[in-house]
Write a protein that binds this ligand. Structure first.
Ligand code: SF4
Ligand code: SF4
Ligand code: SF4
Length: 330
């Protein structure tokens, strides 16, 4: 029942804001007239009433919280040094851990309100399941295993399993991976056992794979939404925008698109925590999870390393072992 978790999270947020010990509580707000949510910075105890929790809280808010902590002050501005508080699903919590592994912020600067999570709905699947019904203005919650949308005095019910995001079918942690305050109640969902998203690509022969990626990557319009949505893409100056030297051509022709997407994928190998936000943000529906998830599994198989598990474990990209396999150096 997300209603219990929502009330518990709102209470925590209200108390934090009343205490004045945090700059804001970053959570979700139901978009009026839609069934989606938007990031919401609750800054007063009253704002806490507007925080939403349900199976439509999809964004990884850690990306926004990190951007705030890394923000440079405007001229003459005195930076607020209090911590920020962020509402995080278990998969989002993995990005907090991975960022701590990479020393991107001081632990005490980000308070994590860790939410239990049975799954998040894919907004496109939800929209088509509702088949044009009058859902506008409805708030989405989870009752039992169903997404429930109350709108215009009617209750619409869709099984979560019918509209669940692909990543949730593989989820290995439905309860908080890192948390500073207990929201509860914990959920008892077993780990997901769906196959990884790249399974179909593995079954193709090299020519079919090349044809598929040529088709997919030629759609890229170089909007960089994938990068901007990614909690692990935090470089102050992205190599894609460097002009001197121009490492990656800026046109959206296939060779430059391949260079951009391969370079980004390699940059995230051993760092991507599979929050799926790049895939969700891509306006051209390029299946980016197929690439990033594959590289995550390559790193796990070769080196036994999974990012976002333990803040004390050194980051994969900053360590090496003399016994590491080097069969890729020919
Ligand atoms: S992957 Fe797991 S934690 Fe993340 S939204 Fe899906 S069910 Fe929730
Ligand atoms: S590469 Fe994509 S799935 Fe991986 S951490 Fe970044 S946004 Fe999330
Ligand atoms: S979000 Fe999609 S279209 Fe935009 S740069 Fe990334 S891969 Fe290309």
């Amino acid at each position: 029942m997300t209603a219990d978790a929502k009330a518990s999270m709102q209470k925590i947020a209200r108390e934090l804001l009343q205490s004045g010990n945090v700059q804001f509580v970053l959570g979700y707000r139901q978009v009026p007239g839609r069934f989606t949510t938007t990031p919401f910075y609750a800054r007063t105890p009253k704002d806490a009433d507007l925080l939403h929790w349900g199976p439509n809280c999809t964004s990884n808010l850690v990306t926004f919280a990190l951007a705030h902590l890394k923000r440079k002050p405007a001229r003459g501005e005195k930076l607020d040094t209090r911590p920020v508080a962020v509402v995080a699903k278990p998969c989002d919590g993995k990005s907090v851990i991975a960022l701590l592994q990479e020393h991107q912020f001081d632990r005490e600067k980000m308070m994590v309100i860790g939410m239990p999570c049975s799954g998040q709905a894919d907004s496109e699947l939800l929209e088509s399941a509702l088949d044009g019904k009058d859902i506008y203005g409805g708030e989405v919650s989870l009752i039992g295993n169903d997404c429930s949308i109350e709108a215009n005095g009617k209750l619409h019910t869709i099984p979560l399993g019918d509209v669940r995001q692909a990543k949730c079918g593989e989820c290995d942690s439905h309860n908080p991976t890192i948390t500073d305050v207990d929201v509860g109640p914990q959920v008892n969902d077993p780990p997901g056992d769906d196959p990884p998203p790249y399974r179909d690509v593995e079954e193709m022969d090299p020519d079919q794979r090349w044809e598929m990626w040529e088709r997919e990557l030629s759609k890229c319009i170089r909007c960089y939404a994938c990068r901007n949505a990614c909690p692990m893409c935090y470089c102050e100056e992205c190599i894609a925008e460097k002009r001197f030297p121009p490492w990656i051509g800026k046109s959206h022709h296939l060779p430059d698109n391949i260079m951009w997407n391969v370079l980004r994928a390699i940059h995230l190998a051993g760092r991507c925590i599979d929050c799926g936000e790049c895939d969700r943000a891509c306006p051209m529906d390029i299946p980016l999870r197929k690439i990033n998830r594959k590289l995550q599994d390559v790193v796990k198989d070769k080196y036994g390393y999974v990012p976002g598990k333990d803040p004390e474990t050194p980051s994969f990209v900053t360590t090496f072992d003399l016994d590491d396999e080097e069969e890729f150096i020919k």
